[in-house]
Design a protein around this ligand. Structure first.
Ligand code: PEP
Length: 248
């Protein structure tokens, strides 16, 4: 079946109210590309103003807590970001795994919490450079998927993102063969876990996607879009990625 391409940005711990002006051109490019989906994850504090400024654009969170409420000082729940205007959340990003020690089990619980609260989910997986050099990339990604994908995942709310950690923010990308291989393995693992529903789940590639390489990377089999960090911070860099996806 045909899966609509998704180009999703991730501002990480960047941005300000002034930076929201970038979203005007992103929303316009998204509207000019009705055949694909476009989304932007922003810091918690910018979700409400972003959603108010560009109501046509899918605004999301970069993380949520796995519980719906309670004594968790400094944390933000899925229901809270939904109320602020988020339509989706990223979970299991490698920077949260590295900085906050999050595990695949945590990503599973966060994905479940997001779904319970009516959010779409982009769940990240990906190996480190050492794991790839040791020939363990496939096994690491398979294990992450096995531990983090909820049993009831399907394409109506769930998206997987393959993001090799060594490609994030480095300007390095895997070869198209390496990406095709991991995405095929990821699809097969999803099929084992959720059956035919796996065919509707989008698998994004993330890691140093730019306007220059997007057309090549997005044309790889089983690559259903991109998760974009650095190049999502300005419309000048993000819009060409949207346009490349729309042309495919
Ligand atoms: C990311 O952090 O999800 C990411 C893919 O970052 P970048 O595009 O900057 O490599």
């Amino acid at each position: 079946m045909a899966r609509r391409k998704l180009v999703a940005g991730n501002w990480k711990m960047n941005g300000s109210r002034a930076a929201l002006a970038e979203l005007d051109a992103v929303a316009a490019a998204a509207q000019a590309a009705p055949g694909i989906d476009v989304a932007m994850a922003v810091p918690f504090t910018l979700i409400a103003p972003a959603a108010e400024r560009v109501p046509s654009l899918s605004i999301g969170a970069e993380d949520v807590h796995e519980r719906d409420s309670g004594a968790h000082t400094g944390c933000v729940s899925a229901g809270m970001v939904k109320e602020a205007g988020a339509r989706f959340t990223i979970v299991g990003h490698s920077e949260r795994r590295a900085d906050q020690g999050e595990t695949s089990q945590d990503a599973w619980a966060k994905a479940a919490a997001a779904h319970r609260n009516g959010l779409q989910v982009i769940l990240c997986c990906g190996e480190t450079e050492a794991e790839r050099n040791a020939g363990r990339a496939e096994r690491v990604v398979q294990a992450q998927i096995e531990k983090s994908v909820p049993d009831n995942a399907d394409g109506s709310w769930f998206t997987l993102a393959y993001e090799p950690r060594w490609a994030i923010g480095t300007g390095q990308t895997p070869t198209v063969e390496e990406i095709a291989s991991i995405h095929a393995i990821a699809r097969a693992k999803l099929r084992m876990l959720i059956g035919d529903a796996a065919d509707e789940v989008r698998i994004l590639y993330g890691g140093s996607v730019t306007g220059d390489n997007a057309a090549t990377l997005l044309a790889v089999e089983n690559v259903d879009g991109a998760l974009v960090g650095g190049a999502s911070l300005t419309a000048a860099k993000f819009v060409p990625i949207i346009e490349a996806a729309a042309r495919l």
